[in-house]
Design a binder for this molecule. Structure first.
Ligand code: MEV
Length: 328
């Protein structure tokens, strides 16, 4: 058996706009998905997870995609999680040339699903890494990130950027613009996360922004303005200017809200952080529900969030220097 883990991430800047070629800066955080993979010779894929949702589930089905998984939890939940695991194992079969191999896969994750912290990317990166190593193949980080991106791209119907998967594979802060992905220096950031207990539908939210952008020139301009904020943010990161980073995060949140991807609970958490005098705050990821990220070296934002209606959990997150970790 092999075991790998990969971190989740927050977007300091640039989600959604990155889908249209603008730059984005995600940053890996020390919340991880861990995946165990054990080879099966009968070609079946058996997935066991206690943590992908509040309901634990186990599914087992064959390499034939027409086989229906045998499960007793909502099909939508299973389809979402299984789509990513299934896609990851397809990549493993392709890259190793073992077209008929099966696996027992066990997933543990402390990253809430669909909440803007890159849960699916972390599961996909860790699954591809563990399953390829189980077959005696170790991918370098670039190939791992590429295979993980191909998985997300297919599951999200071609509406995925490389940002989540590259960041999860390499760790640290990264800059993504189209196909160009690289690690960048970041100061020690006082990251606080607020989570509303919910999740957004990434596909729907991305499609919503696409529609607005096609219909209104000012929406296309808003997407470009996010790109400008990101470029300013890169300079602030390079200068270690946390005050300026916060101001730009506030601006980025306003532009995302204009594109319709915020929500009442995300806005409430952003305002709670601002009232607590955080340097800045914004939603992270696709939006619609899920998490905000704030910068605050004091306990004020965490305390304010814990009293904010709609906020289920507030926690501090360390930057994850390391991306994928090979544990066994
Ligand atoms: C989702 O985590 C981030 C989006 O920009 C989509 C993507 O980059 O694939 C909304």
């Amino acid at each position: 058996m092999t075991r790998s883990s990969a971190p989740g991430k927050v977007y300091l800047f640039g989600e959604h706009a990155v889908v249209y070629g603008e730059p984005a800066v995600p940053c890996a955080i020390e919340r991880r998905a861990r995946v165990d993979a054990r080879r099966r010779d009968d070609g079946k894929l058996r997935v066991n997870s206690e943590d992908l949702s509040l309901n634990g589930f186990t599914v087992e089905y064959g390499a034939n995609p027409d086989d229906q998984p045998d499960v007793d939890v909502p099909q939508s939940l299973v389809s979402a999680a299984m789509g990513y695991v299934d896609g990851a194992i397809e990549q493993v079969r392709e890259v190793t040339g073992e077209a008929d191999v099966g696996f027992d896969v066990t997933i543990e994750s402390d990253i809430p699903l669909g909440a803007g912290l890159g849960s699916s990317a972390a599961v996909v990166v860790a699954a591809i890494d563990a399953a390829t190593r189980e077959l005696g193949v170790t991918l370098d980080t670039d190939e791992l990130a590429e295979r993980a991106f191909q998985t997300e791209y297919a599951v999200q119907d071609g509406q995925a950027s490389r940002a989540d998967t590259f960041c999860s594979a390499t760790g640290g802060a990264v800059r993504v613009e189209g196909d160009d992905c690289r690690s960048i220096e970041a100061p020690d950031l006082p990251i606080v996360i607020g989570f509303d207990g919910g999740a957004g539908d990434t596909g729907e939210l991305v499609a919503g922004v696409r529609g607005l952008r096609e219909e209104y020139e000012f929406a296309a301009d808003t997407v470009e303005a996010i790109g400008d904020v990101v470029r300013n943010g890169e300079q602030a990161l390079a200068d270690g200017d946390i005050e300026e980073l916060g101001r730009l995060m506030d601006f980025n949140h306003g532009l995302l809200a204009a594109l319709g991807v915020s929500s009442r609970s995300l806005d409430a958490m952003v305002w709670a952080a601002r009232d607590a005098e955080a340097y800045g705050a914004k939603l992270t990821g696709a939006g619609g529900g899920g998490c905000i990220v704030a910068l605050d070296p004091t306990d004020e934002t965490e305390t304010a969030l814990s009293f904010t209606p709609g906020c289920e959990e507030a926690f501090r997150a360390e930057l994850a220097e390391e991306g994928v970790k090979r544990l066994e």
